[in-house]
Each structure stands twice: as structure tokens, then as C-alpha cells.
Design a protein around this ligand. Structure first.
Ligand code: SF4
Length: 374
């Protein structure tokens, strides 16, 4: 025997035979298990067999797949009718089982909300986690880098503070007249970009007007901030202060982009509300769709086998759909991280495959209308 053959550092993996004999090339989800039966890794593929066999090819020493094959003692898989359902099932399994090799899904929470805090002098803050303390949330949306800086700019435009939450506030209409005068906690009061509620330089109502303006801007109801920046830009140019005019133009562009990100992404996410017949890898025509997926507010809530053109509203499946449709939308803080992840997963799916939107229809079309009496 050739000496190199005896020294082969990659012997045939014991699980390879099982995969070769039993796995089929269909969409599905697979799991690798460790010595104690613990789930090490969850993955999905449109072709389970091909994907699983790829793990037994020699990878890069030190790479994730080689490492996984070293510790894996068993492999299990399940088939799903479509890639879409496999994708959602993969996400849900990863969230439920937290396998240690699924590093990809651990880089989560890349989305953010803008929060108008609920405090005596509210602030604009960037957050990855909505709160249930009565704060207002705008988003979620893909967080641009330097979101905190953008919010400072917006705060400066509407006259909101951006100092730490613990900074004591003293509105002028709440001041103890006998108390000594207070000094603002930072230069913003002097520069005129903050009305100075830390030093009793403004009353509560004036400050609240800035909060209302920020809210109206982020909801797309007011253009005042952008108009004001444009007017100041024109004034700067008339004074031949071209640098100042360029700075104002850039700020206006940044804030306009921020707002359109918030509004557009929100609109797109809210539009994920329909019945969807996902395509199969072999592109079955719509009439032969293998599943009917009920997606409500960006979440896969129900999957029915087959194309299911319509349901009797009095039958169990029809009643389940009716019940789901009657559920009120939950506020941001009541949706867990898993719900948001699923929503973003679905958003990515339809963004990358806009043609799949032609396989959707209104949720209401799933319920057969009852014949009118007589
Ligand atoms: S002036 Fe006072 S309230 Fe305004 S940002 Fe500075 S410390 Fe905060």
C-alpha cells in the first residue's frame, strides 16, 4: 500500500454512509448532534442530500465544518415542502435550541428603533430593544452607522437635550424661586441648540413642542425641520458663507434619508401581510403550490398543506384564520426578539425575490364568503 494512503488524516466519516443511503434531494432542515445528543448545528437546504454530503468533503483545517464533523455523532433531517418553510423552520429551531455552531444567527439585532423616551425632558435615543415604559418607538429599520450622531443632529434641530438620562431637570415653571441660579450642564444651551431644561432656561410646554415636532417629523407629518434647514442654507449662501451652506445641505440630506429609511422600511414590513404560496425548487405553477402560508404582520402564523384556494369559515382551519385576523397588532415591546428576527427574515426573503410577491394574495381571500340567506 502506498505510504500516504495509511497516513490519510481524513478517514471516511461514519455518518456519510447513512446520508448517502437515506437522504433525498428535497428541501428540508438538518441537525448535527453531539456525543450526548445535544444539537450542535442546524441548517437548511433546498437539496438536503447534496448539502449534507458536502460536509464530509475535506474542508479547511480549523474551519467550522471540519470542527463540526470532528464532534458530530449523529445527523437527523426532516423534509419540508418548500425552501421558504425550511428557512423559517431553521430559524425557529436555532432560536429554540441555540446550537453552538450556529454563529451566523448569533450576529443578530442589526436593526434599531428610534425611541422618544418617557422622561420629564424626553430624549431621542437609538435602541436595539423596544421598552414597555410608554416610550414612542420608530422602526425597526436597518440601523445606519452613526445613528446616535444623526439623532443628536435631529435633537439640535428641534431643541431636545441629548445628555444622560440621570441629568437633573428643572423647568422654569417648576423652579423654586428661592433656589440659587443654575448653570447649564453643557455648552449646547449657550450655543442655542438646547433650550436648557437642566438650568430652568425653558418651561415644560416649550420643551414639549420640540418633542412633538420630532414625533411629527419621524411620522412623516411635518417637513418643518427640512424646510427650515433649506431656508438657513439659502441665507448662508446669500451671505456667501458657502461652507456653512454646504454643512446645512449635508445635514438636511442626512435627516431626510434617516426619515425616509424609517418610513419606507416600516411600510415594507407592514406590507408583509398576505397568503403566500411559495414556489418549489422545481417551480410548480401556482395552482399546484405545495403549501399555503398565512403571513400576518411579518410572521408566518399558519401553514396549510396544498394550494388551499379557500376555507369554510366555520371549519376548524377557517376558524383559526378568522381568529388570527381578529388579533390586534401587538405594540413593539410586546414582540420578542424571535418575532422580529422572523419578520426580518421574511423581509429579506421577499426583498431578494420580488417575483415571489406575485404568489401572494390578500388574507381575506382565504375565507369563503357565506352564501346570503335566501
Ligand atoms: S444644556 Fe443641559 S439639558 Fe441641554 S443637553 Fe446640555 S446638559 Fe442637557
Amino acid at each position: 500500500m502506498h505510504p500516504l494512503k495509511r497516513l490519510n488524516p481524513f478517514p471516511v466519516h461514519p455518518l456519510r454512509r447513512q446520508v448517502k443511503e437515506e437522504a433525498e434531494n428535497r428541501p428540508g432542515v438538518y441537525r448535527f448532534l453531539g456525543p450526548r445528543g445535544e444539537v450542535l448545528y442546524v441548517g437548511k437546504s433546498v437539496r438536503v442530500r447534496t448539502r449534507l454530503l458536502s460536509y464530509f468533503r475535506h474542508g479547511v483545517e480549523g474551519g467550522k465544518e471540519v470542527e463540526l464533523m470532528r464532534v458530530a455523532r449523529a445527523v437527523r433531517w426532516e423534509y419540508l415542502p418548500t425552501e421558504f418553510e425550511a428557512l423559517v423552520r431553521e430559524l425557529r429551531l436555532i432560536r429554540a435550541l441555540r446550537p453552538r455552531f450556529n454563529v451566523r444567527h448569533r450576529r443578530d439585532r442589526r436593526y434599531a428603533w428610534i425611541r422618544i423616551t418617557r422622561e420629564p425632558a424626553p430624549r431621542l435615543v437609538a435602541t436595539r430593544r423596544p421598552r414597555s415604559d410608554g416610550s414612542l418607538h420608530f422602526g425597526p429599520f436597518p440601523a445606519p452607522r452613526r445613528l446616535t450622531r444623526l439623532l443628536s443632529e435631529l435633537a439640535a434641530e428641534v431643541g431636545l437635550r441629548d445628555c444622560p438620562a440621570a441629568t437633573p431637570m428643572f423647568f422654569s415653571d417648576q423652579l423654586d424661586l428661592l433656589a440659587p441660579g443654575r448653570t447649564p450642564g453643557c455648552l449646547r444651551a449657550e450655543l442655542g441648540s438646547c433650550p436648557g431644561p437642566c438650568a430652568g432656561l425653558c418651561d415644560n410646554r416649550t420643551y414639549q413642542e420640540g418633542v412633538d415636532e420630532a414625533q411629527a417629523f419621524l411620522e412623516g407629518r411635518s417637513h418643518h425641520i427640512l424646510d427650515d434647514l433649506a431656508a438657513r442654507m439659502g441665507e448662508a449662501a446669500a451671505r456667501r458663507d458657502f461652507e456653512g451652506a454646504a454643512r446645512l445641505r449635508d445635514r438636511r440630506d442626512r435627516l431626510e434619508r434617516l426619515r425616509s429609511d424609517v418610513l419606507e422600511f416600516g411600510r415594507f414590513l407592514r406590507s408583509l401581510h398576505f397568503v403566500y404560496h411559495p414556489s418549489t425548487p422545481d417551480e410548480a405553477p401556482l395552482g399546484e403550490a405545495p403549501s399555503t402560508c398565512v403571513i400576518l404582520r411579518g410572521q408566518l402564523r399558519l401553514t396549510l398543506p396544498g394550494p388551499t384556494p379557500s376555507l369554510d369559515p366555520d371549519e376548524p382551519a377557517g376558524r383559526a384564520v378568522r381568529h388570527l385576523l381578529l388579533e390586534p397588532p401587538s405594540p413593539p415591546h410586546q414582540r420578542g426578539a424571535q418575532d422580529w428576527e422572523e419578520l426580518f427574515l421574511l423581509a429579506r426573503w421577499f426583498r431578494r425575490r420580488p417575483e415571489e410577491l406575485t404568489r401572494t394574495r390578500p388574507v381575506e381571500s382565504l375565507l369563503r364568503t357565506r352564501p346570503s340567506p335566501g
